[in-house]
Design a protein around this ligand. Structure first.
Ligand SMILES: Nc1ncnc2c1ncn2[C@@H]1O[C@H](COP(=O)(O)OP(=O)(O)OP(=O)(O)O)[C@@H](O)[C@H]1O
Length: 242
């Protein structure tokens, strides 16, 4: 199993609208694809940030990723181990590309490789070809169309051969035909690279139509304690689910 979480929780407290994300159980196998669906404010980004090892859980009975005990790393303050895992094993596709404006498209795509200490110019070119942006490699991001930027962001997320790609609403800022293309390319490239893929989306119907299994969260209005809750749950072990 690439990712296995049990009894994980992350909460935002404070007087105004406290919120808790609860993950009683969540499994994702190597190379698996999944769309995470839920209304605005249901905690999709919070879950992705935690899975990107960028935000700690408040509680975690188990949080394993790529054979490592993430709950223990957080508990021991092993920021170096978390950063190293993030750099080598995780790719992120942000909502609007997130490319660095002062680097060429080629350097932007190669950035994840440089951070992971694994440069491979051939792979950068191959990904750019597969994603139809090979002619754009010498340009800066501002000289690309929105769709080309999103494709460059997909290439960058995969350039260092991560085990897991996380995409937070990667189609939120593109028009509908392009949204289909982005989701299709993302799935195809992750499959080709053997990477697992998690995509947060407002639009589960589109994801489903394009062949993504969809995990919908359960949302609960604030109870007596005033805390709104969202629950993401998915168990792959049949014995455990029974
Ligand atoms: N830094 C923060 N401090 C306090 N509350 C926060 C913080 N970040 C998010 N929240 C709250 O946590 C809840 C979940 O937010 P999150 O961004 O994870 O939802 P989302 O499903 O990704 O929403 P959207 O689809 O609109 O992007 C929301 O109620 C939000 O107001």
């Amino acid at each position: 199993m690439l990712l296995s979480l049990r009894g994980v929780r992350r909460a935002y407290r404070g007087d105004a609208a406290p919120f808790a994300l609860e993950v009683p159980a969540f499994d994702l196998a190597e190379g698996e694809v999944l769309a995470l669906a839920g209304p605005s404010g249901s905690g999709k980004s919070t879950l992705l940030m935690m899975l990107a090892l960028a935000a700690p859980p408040d509680a975690a009975e188990r949080f394993d990723f790529a054979g490592q005990d993430i709950a223990r790393h957080w508990k021991l303050g092993r920021g170096d181990a978390l950063a190293d895992l993030r750099a080598r094993r995780i790719g992120v596709v942000p909502q609007t590309g997130g490319l660095l404006p002062f680097l060429t498209v080629e350097a932007n795509i190669g950035l994840t490789q440089r951070i992971a200490g694994r440069t491979d110019a051939d792979r950068v070119r191959l990904l750019a070809e597969e994603l139809g942006i090979a002619a754009q490699l010498r340009k800066r991001p501002a000289e690309l169309s929105v769709g080309q930027r999103q494709r460059a962001a997909i290439a960058r997320a995969l350039a260092h051969r991560p085990a897991l790609v996380l995409a937070d609403e990667p189609t939120a800022s593109v028009h509908p035909e392009l949204a289909d293309a982005v989701l299709t390319l993302l799935k195809r490239e992750c499959a080709a690279a053997g990477a697992a893929l998690l995509v947060a989306t407002h639009d589960p119907a589109r994801a489903e139509r394009l062949g993504y299994p969809v995990l919908a969260c359960r949302t609960h209005a604030p109870g007596a304690d005033g805390i709104a809750r969202s629950v993401f749950e998915r168990v792959l072990d049949i014995a455990e689910a029974a």
